[in-house]
Design a protein around this ligand. Structure first.
Ligand SMILES: *Cc1c(COP(=O)(O)O)cnc(C)c1O
Length: 373
């Protein structure tokens, strides 16, 4: 029996490199609350993204909740978003006392369909929260135009786009704010972690307070904040991983190119193509199976891989609008493109040290499913 292949596997720096990085912490005994590593990582990331403000968080989800809180929208305000995403995007809106309004996605790149956004705008709409899903960049220009016309904030869920650029500009620079996740499974990670990138220095200062109980100074607490700070061990992991990010992305690229060479001309399989002017990070490898022409459906392929100990993932299925916790609140049928995609998509294993032999084995199993029905 061959070893299990999971859908993802965290990249790690050399053990010694991480030990060297955390050694200072035994001298300083400064383990969290804006420590030296935290400051250094913020500085390095601001340079990497070429964005004026990076505020670190203990995870991406709380970063998103905190930025929604910092924007101080009226309770019950509506946020236009998509249901083809990870639970976090929708939950952050709902947990902030806001109402998600689901817009469909485009079948070309799975990001929000900008041509449909305006029909959802009401006098309660306060923001648009699009997702750069799988690292595909939303139509940032059209979304900016709509948001300016209607005076709406734009917050991007950029959890999948570390290292992605559009026309040479990092995705950290679009909208009023962008949230990145540095979770262990992402292209760049700090074990758990995340950040808000924004141009507005005042927003960044508010976020610094809100993530630390709203405390502004020794005798001044301005907000009813919680605790969402990144600690020094997380920041040290980020400092190490950032040194190797180019290599990480290059290795992922080689894996993706092998997948493409094996699967791109197969009847009934659709791969998400490259976008113009976008530099990829090869975060995910989604494959769409058309049951009629492929002769097997997504669940058949999932089961065949599972039988061989290979963990693909139905990512994203179900749509967040179909979650049990939202029963009766939303209608997944109202976003037909997203619904159809969620029933047909499978993301295949992808991480930097996945061998090309393993990719071939995975592709052999996928192809063996053809016409099993
Ligand atoms: C990972 C992820 C998040 C949440 O990030 P965490 O760091 O795990 O809290 C949010 N949105 C999307 C699309 C994600 O993939």
């Amino acid at each position: 029996m061959s070893d299990k292949i999971m859908v993802t596997r965290s990249s790690m720096p050399d053990f010694e490199e991480y030990c060297r990085e955390i050694k200072d912490l035994w001298d300083s005994r400064w383990l969290t609350n804006n420590g030296a590593k935290h400051g250094l990582l913020e500085k390095h990331l601001a340079e990497y993204f070429d964005v004026p403000n990076v505020t670190l968080f203990t995870n991406g989800h709380l970063a998103l909740e905190n930025v929604l809180e910092a924007m101080d929208f009226p309770r019950g305000g509506e946020v236009i978003t998509t249901p083809f995403t990870f639970a976090s995007t929708t939950h952050a809106i709902v947990r902030s006392g806001l109402t998600p309004v689901f817009c469909d996605i485009k079948s070309s790149d799975y990001t929000i369909d900008e041509s449909l956004i305006e029909q959802y705008i009401t006098d309660r709409t306060c923001a648009i929260l699009p997702v750069h899903v799988y690292g595909k960049v939303c139509n940032v220009e059209a979304i900016e135009e709509i948001s300016e016309k209607h005076s709406l904030k734009v917050i991007y869920d950029a959890a999948h786009t570390f290292g992605v650029t559009y026309k040479g500009v990092s995705t950290a620079n679009f909208g009023d704010a962008s949230m990145f996740s540095f979770h262990a499974t992402k292209v760049f990670h700090t074990i758990e972690g995340g950040a808000i990138c924004c141009k507005d220095g005042e927003l960044a200062r508010r976020l610094c307070d809100i993530k630390n109980f709203g405390i502004h100074g020794p005798e001044s607490t301005l907000y009813v904040g919680g605790n969402a700070k990144m600690n020094e061990f997380q920041a040290a992991m980020g400092i190490c991983n950032l040194r190797h990010i180019d290599e990480e992305i290059a290795k992922r690229k080689a894996v993706v190119e092998r997948y493409i060479s094996r699967l791109s001309d197969v009847k009934g399989i659709t791969l998400c193509g490259d976008q113009p002017h976008v530099e990829n990070n090869y975060a995910y490898f989604p494959v769409i199976f058309d049951p009629e022409t492929f002769g097997a459906d997504r669940d058949d392929v999932f089961a065949a891989l599972a039988e061989k100990n290979i963990g693909a993932r139905k990512y994203f299925y179900p749509l967040t609008s179909a979650f049990e916790c939202y029963q009766g609140r939303f209608n997944p049928e109202e976003t037909p493109v997203a619904l159809r995609l969620s029933l047909r998509v499978l993301t295949l294993p992808l991480y930097s040290d996945l061998s090309l032999d393993c990719v071939d084995r995975i592709c052999d199993i996928v192809l063996s499913c053809q016409n099993i029905k």
